[in-house]
Write a protein that binds this ligand. Structure first.
Ligand SMILES: NC(=O)c1ccc[n+]([C@@H]2O[C@H](COP(=O)([O-])OP(=O)(O)OC[C@H]3O[C@@H](n4cnc5c(N)ncnc54)[C@H](OP(=O)(O)O)[C@@H]3O)[C@@H](O)[C@H]2O)c1
Length: 303
């Protein structure tokens, strides 16, 4: 089976590459912008591609004819999207259109990664059947791309997820766990939002769900996240507790006081029963996930 992963330099993309690179039953084509930033280069084909170039998209899909495309690439900085709606639309909607058009010729199974931000956050946790209500340019772009995927006529799977974290080869990229840990270790004060609620998702768990969807051709819309829904503040406290770090540097703040360009849904969280049944999705507990992160960080320090 041939699987093509877009955004392979990103957090989820890297996890997918590491999970698939040694599988004898899978030919993996990893695609990202510019240089391959994954340290291990064996066991897969790397294609450099800017997805904003429709000819290049067509060329890559045509030359590999993948059975499945896992599309993780996106402009993921929510505030940058708010400040640049055309750029957001280009990277998050037009690119999906190019991929779907190219995939149509080969009837590739299209797996799209979407977000809890498609909801307005008034009444989480959410099921797949709940109505969406995007609040930001980013959220609208992801909702529009979902619709394109659903209308594509291709076999499709949409996995909505939230607040992904994990350790990557790209040390520039941060996420809630790495940022909190690094800041507290350095004794740096951090402002952490106390009125937004999420289910933090280990990137490996999400990658597993993507791979199950790809290999079993499970179609439809699925909510895939960690089980525990906590305020961002409580997530930071749990991280501090797990790593034995001082919580005095954590300062609770409200969403309003931050004055970020993009609105965020306050309370999301997912009901993941459907993914548990259809994708055999059993995410780790937050405690187990932090242990995995700790082990991965210690291996990186050894290297
Ligand atoms: N992170 C979260 O908490 C979260 C939550 C909900 C949903 N999601 C969704 O989950 C997916 C994966 O997220 P992630 O955290 O792994 O994202 P990420 O780490 O930000 O990676 C996204 C990747 O997409 C690439 N990309 C963006 N535009 C591109 C283009 N035009 N051509 C080629 N590559 C392009 C970026 O390339 P560069 O590295 O070159 O910039 C980046 O490597 C995304 O679709 C995101 O919307 C993420």
């Amino acid at each position: 089976m041939k699987i093509l992963v877009t955004g392979s330099n990103g957090l989820l993309g890297q996890k997918l590459v590491y999970a698939l690179m040694h599988r004898k039953d899978i030919t993996l084509i990893a695609c990202a912008r510019g240089e391959n930033r994954i340290h291990s280069k064996e066991g897969y084909i790397y294609e450099s591609i800017d997805l904003n170039n429709p000819q290049r998209v067509e060329e890559i899909i045509h030359s590999h004819q993948p059975h499945c495309i896992i599309h993780t690439a996106a402009m993921t900085n929510v505030d940058a999207c708010e400040l640049d709606p055309p750029g957001c639309r280009m990277n998050n909607v037009d690119t999906v259109n190019y991929l779907l058009l190219a995939a149509k010729k080969h009837n590739s199974h299209f797996i799209y990664i979407s977000t809890d931000f498609v909801f307005d956050g008034a009444s989480g946790p959410y099921r797949e059947t709940d109505p969406i209500g995007p609040l930001s340019v980013y959220a609208q772009s992801k909702a529009d791309a979902e619709q394109l995927v659903m209308d594509s006529g291709l076999p499709w799977t949409i996995l909505r997820t939230m607040i992904i974290y994990g350790v990557t080869d790209d040390t520039q990229r941060s996420n809630i766990v790495l940022w909190t840990k690094k800041s507290l270790e350095a004794g740096t004060d951090i402002n952490v939002i106390n009125d937004q609620f999420r289910g933090p998702t280990l990137a490996e768990d999400l990658a597993d769900a993507c791979i199950t969807a790809a290999t079993t051709t499970a179609e439809g819309l699925f909510h895939v996240s960690g089980k525990e829904v906590l305020s961002i503040l409580d997530i930071a406290y749990k991280i501090a507790d797990y790593f034995g770090l001082d919580k005095k540097y954590i300062h609770p703040i409200t969403t309003d006081s931050l004055k970020q360009p993009a609105l965020r849904p306050l309370k999301t969280g997912f009901i993941i029963d459907k993914a548990t049944r259809a994708l055999n999705f059993h995410p780790h507990t937050l405690e187990e996930e932090l242990k995995i992160v700790e082990e991965q960080l210690s291996k990186k320090q050894v290297i």
